[in-house]
Design a protein around this ligand. Structure first.
Ligand code: BES
Ligand code: MN
Ligand code: MN
Length: 442
């Protein structure tokens, strides 16, 4: 075993304890009541980085969530590597469905359960482990950048980038916020979908009406909304919106059995869409209704609902433009509303997709590090999820090589109940990153 591999193993218990402390902080930026927690989280991250030996650590904000930037200067002639993660987390959802409390990290069967144990506080833990394994003196410059509003679409990231451009400039950018093929096989993520969302509101009346007196003659807004939302897909579940981009996914073996196992699709429920699984997940657009505001059942009465709205979220295939896709979605919604109902589409967030040409010496070094740390070559994979800031970073630093790694695995359940981190994956990911820093140092 090489020294460095052993060093990662040595530092892992302390890194795990630090990860647990971070998970106890409810850093949900999307919840206004918990924004002070996000501040506390930034302070905790900043303290950990200082203790790890970074000599310049600061908390920065540009009108949004606090981010942490820590720097270890490059030895003369050596490149600088930017290590990215995010310290904000998704809301925990229905607490009663968590087996153990979402913000109390708990180990079961080699996995650490809790909100953010994987997405993406494990990314922070990976960077800490790699840096500590080098005893705070890796042979490259290291800048750690830990953002606090990734789960909200990174709205102030471009301002952070321009305000701290000099601090963030790097030759290689490692984004530890993606998935792995399995707990034994690493992924090198080579493409991510983009994102565009909107809120569509329909109105049919200026006030509610007795549904017996007027039902059958005037339409209610919820029925209109449901018909409109149904128009977004064809009967086979393919997306019915015109003018969307489609890319080509790499040819990997992703079986229907695996889809069922990885998602918990209920017996008898079929898949939707057409083409290979990888093609549908990584290279085609997808549309999902992620929320509806209408009368809750508990408050329902025999009334024709005058107004209803839904949030529609679309994934954009690599190569497509998120803003153009949002325009196409908006056009579709405006044109398909039945019975002349009023429709208002309020644009939401857009984030660009990204595809990486993973060839050349930096990617060779990464593949070598993965193979050594995991005992298995990395699989080039796309992911269906989005990290909109990658495109912004790539635009800000066009010369930088971007590596998208991660500490998730197919059982992580990011964003859902009972999120967890596989502790073996954390060790392998940290080892790969430590080896990569050494190899980039020449
Ligand atoms: N870590 C994910 C991105 C991701 C998802 C990578 C799946 C690999 C597989 C990230 O934290 C995330 O959830 N991104 C959001 C972006 C959005 C809020 C702008 C997403 O994909 O929904
Ligand atoms: Mn993430
Ligand atoms: Mn996420």
């Amino acid at each position: 075993m090489s020294d460095l591999v052993a060093r990662v193993r040595d530092v892992l218990p302390s890194v795990r304890a630090d990860l647990e402390a971070l998970v106890r902080i409810e850093s949900v930026w999307a919840d206004p009541a918990r924004r002070p927690e996000v501040q506390r989280s930034a302070e905790a991250v900043s303290k950990l980085l200082s203790q790890a030996g970074f000599d310049d650590v600061r908390i920065v904000a540009e009108g949004g969530a606090p981010a942490v930037i820590a720097r270890h200067p490059a030895p003369p002639g050596a490149p600088t590597v930017l290590l990215y993660a995010h310290h904000d987390v998704q809301p925990e959802g229905d607490r009663s469905q968590w087996v153990s409390s979402p913000f109390e990290p708990t180990e079961r069967d080699g996995r650490l359960y809790g909100r953010g144990t994987a997405d993406d506080k494990a990314g922070i833990a990976t960077h800490l482990a790699a840096f500590r394994a080098h005893d705070g003196a890796p042979p490259v410059g290291v800048t750690v950048f830990v953002e606090g509003e990734e789960e909200s679409g990174s709205p102030s990231l471009s301002r952070l980038l321009s305000a701290h451009r000099d601090l963030l400039a790097a030759d290689v950018i490692v984004i530890a916020d993606s998935d792995n093929w399995s707990t034994d096989i690493p992924s090198l993520t080579v493409s991510l979908r983009g994102l565009a969302d909107c809120v569509v509101e329909v109105a049919t009346l200026d006030h509610g009406l007795h549904s017996g007196m007027w039902g059958g003659v005037v339409p209610d807004a919820l029925t209109v909304l449901v018909r409109l939302l149904a128009s977004l897909h064809n009967d086979d579940g393919t997306v019915a919106v015109a003018g969307l981009h489609e890319a080509t996914a790499s040819d990997v073996d992703y079986t229907p059995e695996r889809v069922r196992a990885d998602t918990g699709l209920l017996d008898g429920v079929s898949e939707i869409g057409s083409g290979s699984v990888a093609q549908r997940l990584w290279a085609k657009p997808a549309i999902t209704v992620i929320g509806i505001d209408a009368t809750p059942i508990a408050q329902s009465s025999n009334t024709l609902i005058p107004k209803a709205r839904a949030k529609v979220s679309m994934r954009v295939a690599p190569g497509g433009d998120a803003a153009e896709h949002l325009a196409a979605l908006t056009r579709h919604l405006e044109r398909h509303v039945p019975w002349g109902a009023r429709v208002t589409v309020t644009p939401g967030d857009v984030g660009q997709p990204y595809a990486i040409d993973a060839t050349g010496p930096v990617y060779d070094a990464a593949r070598q590090a993965f193979a050594e740390a995991w005992g298995h070559a990395a699989v080039d994979t796309g992911v269906g999820g989005s990290i909109p800031f990658i495109a912004e970073f790539a635009a800000a630093f066009p010369e930088a090589k971007i590596l998208v790694t991660g500490v998730e695995d197919p059982d992580t359940q990011a964003h859902s109940i009972n999120e967890s981190l596989h502790l073996g994956v954390l060790e392998r990911a940290a080892t790969a990153e430590a080896l990569l820093l050494r190899s980039l140092g020449g």
